[in-house]
Design a protein around this ligand. Structure first.
Ligand SMILES: Cc1cc2nc3c(=O)[nH]c(=O)nc-3n(C[C@H](O)[C@H](O)[C@H](O)COP(=O)(O)OP(=O)(O)OC[C@H]3O[C@@H](n4cnc5c(N)ncnc54)[C@H](O)[C@@H]3O)c2cc1C
Length: 40
């Protein structure tokens, strides 16, 4: 069971997921393509 689900693994999504983990949440990150978003 996840406490936070982030949709989109771009800069914003990865940052949000990492920060949520730092704060102790169980996090899922869902990305439809490649991690990194438009920069990669
Ligand atoms: C051509 C181009 C060049 C750029 N060059 C630079 C640069 O040189 N330097 C710079 O600082 N900024 C640059 N930017 C801007 C930078 O890419 C964006 O500001 C930044 O990527 C935004 O991050 P984001 O996480 O909000 O969105 P995005 O990077 O767009 O990431 C969103 C992610 O969500 C995923 N997604 C979307 N919908 C779904 C869904 N329904 N389910 C699962 N996954 C989903 C997408 O696949 C994507 O990986 C550029 C942008 C573009 C378009």
């Amino acid at each position: 069971m996840y406490e936070v689900v982030v949709v989109g693994g771009g800069l914003a999504g990865v940052t949000a997921a990492l920060r949520a983990r730092e704060l102790g949440a169980e996090v899922a990150l869902v990305e439809r393509g490649r991690l990194g978003g438009h920069l990669y």
